[in-house]
Design a protein around this ligand. Sequence first.
Ligand SMILES: [Zn+2]
Length: 379
Amino acid sequence: MSTPQSATLTLACELIARDSTTPDDAGCQQLIGQRLAACGFQLEPMRFGEVDNLWARRGSAQPVLCFAGHTDVVPTGPLERWDTAPFQPVIRDGMLYGRGAADMKGSLAAMVVAIERFVAAHPAHRGSIALLITSDEEGPATEGTVKVVETLVARNEQVDWCIVGEPSSTELVGDVVKNGRRGSLNARLLVKGRQGHVAYPHLARNPIHLAAPALAELADEVWDQGNAFFPPTSFQISNIHSGTGATNVVPGELEALINFRFSTESTVEGLQERVCDILDRHGLDYELQWTLSGLPFLTEPGELLDGVAAAIRQVTGRETQPSTSGGTSDGRFIATMGTQVVELGPVNATIHQLNEHVSASDLDTLTEIYFTTLQRLLA
Ligand SMILES: [Zn+2]
């Protein structure tokens, strides 16, 4: 293993060396906590179920700038297909390899080192700095950030700004930040027919024939036009199943799984109503079970987005592109507190893949961007 060049890379390697496959934390939060305690943070470990979370704060005044992230990583997949062991970090050709290098132990290391440098330079900074770390982001995400947020809300502890370290960049660090995410709404649709013999269709009701035009109409529907920050809401049928396997049987029912990724132009209730209208218009006998995975959130230009964009410009010369694309993240829970939330992290090209890696120098650049953001907002 080559010698890491910087404090950020050293800490990133120490974190990657711990096998914190979700929901395990494997001591990562203790390591981060020690570093923060040494520069004046109050630590509040919060364990819910089998999930370790850490809330750490330096200062008691507003505004609160919080860094958020996760120590858990996705499973490695087949070990023999990794060029080097996933929990033995190695820097090769300027790239740091290891599970979690990009998602998101590199960001955690950059946050800690940026905070240490900022506190050393500005021991009497204004407001407060906080860290919210969970080991349940890659898993069900039910005992992690959402529970910490509930705890903060219950005691009226407010977070003004939050930077989530998710790997937001596409080609160069800082080229894209996420200033919101679409909502995600799922449903299981069951269309009922009557089973029978294919040769006697008048004695049966074929749910495939009944559902097909309705599903086609749902797939064609324009749900909204999106807005300046969001692409139009999308509807997808992800699974469809009907039939007994026999060629001579009209099936009794059809099941379909559907998903909306929705913008702030649509509401959960509005989408549900319009789906029912279409199914009703086709005279279907059906049941719908809805599951909401996350509401959309949006951080409009303001102190945080402007501060982050200015820091990226100052450090890299790049004009960052705010975006709301991609899957959901823990930002959706933090935004419910009225917090301005921006996701800013390294390039996401290899996240969750075999041979996950990140540019080593990008992690140093990211440290510089976090440090400059702290200076702009709290110095
Ligand atoms: Zn992540």
